[in-house]
Design a protein around this ligand. Structure first.
Ligand SMILES: NC(=O)c1ccc[n+]([C@@H]2O[C@H](COP(=O)([O-])OP(=O)(O)OC[C@H]3O[C@@H](n4cnc5c(N)ncnc54)[C@H](OP(=O)(O)O)[C@@H]3O)[C@@H](O)[C@H]2O)c1
Length: 244
């Protein structure tokens, strides 16, 4: 399989770190990002710090972070083939307690991060006439849970799902494919030690593991004909629950 260069945002932890590990293990080049430089550096070493790996710390809400990611990808590896917009935050807060500053945090990282990092990288994909953008969404945008009051993160992720379809429509003819992967509850630092309490939300009666998501990211990246798709990797959570 052709060796590719993958940019992964939010790769200092959880799903993003495993996505980076998965591509590296399969021989690709990877550029990792996160907002916290020390955490990213630690991850860089954890992933082996080899010739196939590069890093750029920075907040994805700034287009300049995406531009730096692209610049390093080109300087070290000569192309930018796959962008995984994984950096994201999630918290719960009742709707009536959400103020503008709180909402902006989710719009900044989740929506603007995905929007502007993609805007920074697509010009290179157009030059290559080849590229894949993979966004990370959530089944919660079409499957709400009353016990998880999350209007701010869910509104920002819903916008990512819509953005995915529109980008796929605008750039499909240029051989740039854009898809969203929507994970169920996955065991990452985002959920902490209580994560298994969410098992019953999934028809398989367990939460997901980071490998479950990384495998799908890899499959979508390497496929040629998946475009404009929202792909649940959610143990059946979008279909129903395993609750008594
Ligand atoms: N875990 C789940 O159950 C689940 C379910 C559905 C969707 N997701 C989505 O999957 C993605 C990864 O989640 P996770 O569970 O792996 O979370 P995580 O372990 O908390 O990791 C989040 C990553 O995003 C980075 N990040 C946060 N804000 C950033 C910013 N403004 N700029 C750059 N990087 C930033 C963090 O880096 P620093 O801390 O170093 O800044 C970290 O590397 C998110 O988009 C999340 O919404 C997760």
């Amino acid at each position: 399989m052709k060796k590719q260069t993958i940019i992964v945002t939010g790769a200092s932890s959880g799903i993003g770190k495993e996505v980076a590990r998965h591509f590296l293990a399969n021989g690709d080049n990877v550029v990792i990002n996160s907002a916290t430089a020390e955490k990213l550096e630690q991850t860089y070493h954890e992933l082996g710090g080899g010739d196939n790996l590069a890093m750029v710390a920075g907040d994805v809400k700034y287009k300049s972070t995406g531009e730096k990611l692209l610049a390093i990808a080109l300087e070290k590896f000569g192309s930018a083939d796959v962008l995984v917009n994984n950096a994201g935050i999630y918290e719960t807060r009742p709707f009536l307690e959400v103020d503008e500053a709180y909402l902006d945090r989710f719009l900044d990282t989740n929506l603007k991060g995905t929007f502007f990092t993609t805007q920074a990288v697509i010009p290179q994909m157009l030059k290559q006439r080849d590229g894949v953008v993979i966004n990370i969404g959530t089944p919660l945008v079409v499957h709400a849970l009353g016990g998880a009051p999350s209007t701010a993160p869910v509104a920002s992720k819903g916008a990512i799902h819509s953005l995915t379809l529109q980008l796929a429509a605008e750039f499909g003819k240029d051989n740039i494919r854009v898809n969203t992967i929507a994970p169920g509850v996955i065991r990452t630092p985002m959920h902490g030690a209580e994560v298994d309490k969410g098992a019953g939300l999934h028809l398989v009666n367990r939460v997901g593991e980071v490998e479950d998501v990384a495998q799908m990211v890899y499959t979508v990246a390497k496929s040629n004909f998946i475009n404009g798709a929202i792909i649940n990797v959610d143990g059946g959570m979008g279909a129903g629950h395993n609750l008594n």
